[in-house]
Design a protein around this ligand. Structure first.
Ligand code: 1CP
Length: 344
């Protein structure tokens, strides 16, 4: 049964109500393509310092809302704070990316885990600061990484091209992998419920590396853990699942996890998705971030194709992956005007 639609277009779409104009937000909308973000990062001295400073993180969450009037504000934080809450040391190498404490063996990661959930307090502080400042039509989104994607970082200690260490461990010692994933699931549920308590209205599970798994492994390490998280959040806040690279496994993912909405990456044909997915399932996506960089008539055409393919179902416009740091701001403005002007 559908609830009464929220007056907020993005939240109403997540509740299953198609909007005359698709609501829009962009993954990584708070970040390096914005001069106001770069200025604040310079001042605070790095990503983690920003994310753990509730005032700075609140300001960054609000920057794209002020500049563009996005329909969704996404909490400024990172998926790797969950390993930190599990006791793994996290830092960011300037110009490179996140690093997690030296991990010789996954067993060591697991054995050294301890509940350090107190480190998440400043993030709830960010949410409490942002919530009362949002315009009435803006939906506040929280997020977490999906357990598989988070595990790949915990095991490799950093981003890894094909997630080979984690995939190898999953075959070689599935019990160990399961114990690690279980720990992440529990902490993620606590974290997401904490976000909802603090004031977010919906959440997204980012599964950036879902695409590297074979079908049976996808069932076990993507679908099953995400289904547990979805079940724990049911009735509390809608969940958008974003299993990047899942391709033909998207329909099974949606059905078996019970997510409220499905994020599509840019490799998915939206017309295929519309035909293959349940008619009332809200979908989000899926402009290629490189089309946004290119701009011009090609950008307009790419936007129009997506809007047309998904016009008959609840649709949230977004990119197929995070916005890239060299994206011109004028192209983001062009995108918003096209999406908002195209259908009335
Ligand atoms: O200033 C900087 O250089 C930091 C860059 C940055 C930012 C802006 C990182 C480091 N994280 C973030 C914020 C972030 N990360 C958000 C904030 C909200 C928003 O969307 O505006 C979100 C949702 C994330 C999610 C995230 N972090 C993912 C999943 C989505 C995706 O893009 O695939 C992943 C994989 C991460 C890990 C991470 N954090 C940062 C980097 C550079 C990476 C990728 C590292 C790698 O794979 O090597």
């Amino acid at each position: 049964m559908q609830s009464d639609p929220s007056p907020k277009p993005l939240l109403a779409t997540l509740q299953g109500h198609r909007q005359p104009v698709a609501p829009i937000w962009l993954m990584r909308q708070a970040g390096r393509y914005l001069p106001e973000y770069r200025a604040l990062r310079e001042e605070k001295g790095g990503f983690l310092a920003l994310a753990m400073d509730s005032d700075a993180a609140a300001e960054i969450t609000l920057q794209p809302i002020r500049r563009f009037g996005m329909d969704g504000a996404i909490l400024f934080s990172d998926i790797l704070v969950v390993p930190m809450a599990l006791g793994q040391k996290l830092w960011f190498e300037a110009g490179e990316g996140p690093r997690l404490a030296p991990t010789v063996q996954a067993r060591e990661v697991l054995e050294s885990l301890q509940n350090n959930a107190g480190v998440l307090e400043p993030i709830y502080g960010t949410i409490r600061r942002v919530a009362p400042l949002l315009p009435p039509r803006t939906t506040f989104l929280g997020f977490a990484g999906s357990p598989w994607t988070v595990a790949t970082y915990m095991i490799a200690g950093q981003g890894s091209r094909e997630q080979a260490e984690a995939r190898r461990l999953a075959y070689r010692d599935p019990a160990l992998m399961q114990a690690l994933v279980d720990a992440i699931v529990e902490q993620t549920i606590t974290y997401l419920l904490g976000q909802v308590d603090a004031g977010v209205e919906a959440v997204q599970l980012f599964d950036s590396w879902a695409g590297s798994l074979s079908p049976a492994q996808f069932e076990r390490w993507v679908i099953a853990p995400n289904a547990r998280i979805v079940a724990a959040l049911k009735g509390k806040a809608p969940i958008i699942g974003f299993p990047k690279g899942a391709g033909g496994k998207l329909a099974a993912y949606a059905r078996e996890t019970g997510v409220d909405a499905l994020g599509l990456d840019e490799t998915v044909d939206p017309a295929w998705a519309h035909a293959a997915l349940p008619k009332d399932l809200p979908v989000q996506g899926n402009l290629d971030p490189l089309a946004l960089i290119a701009g011009g008539a090609e950008l307009d055409a790419a936007i129009d194709r997506i809007l047309a393919a998904l016009a008959e179902r609840p649709h949230i416009f977004n990119l197929g992956h995070g916005i890239l740091p060299d994206t011109p701001i004028a192209h983001v403005e062009q995108l918003l005007a096209r999406v908002r002007g195209g259908r009335a």
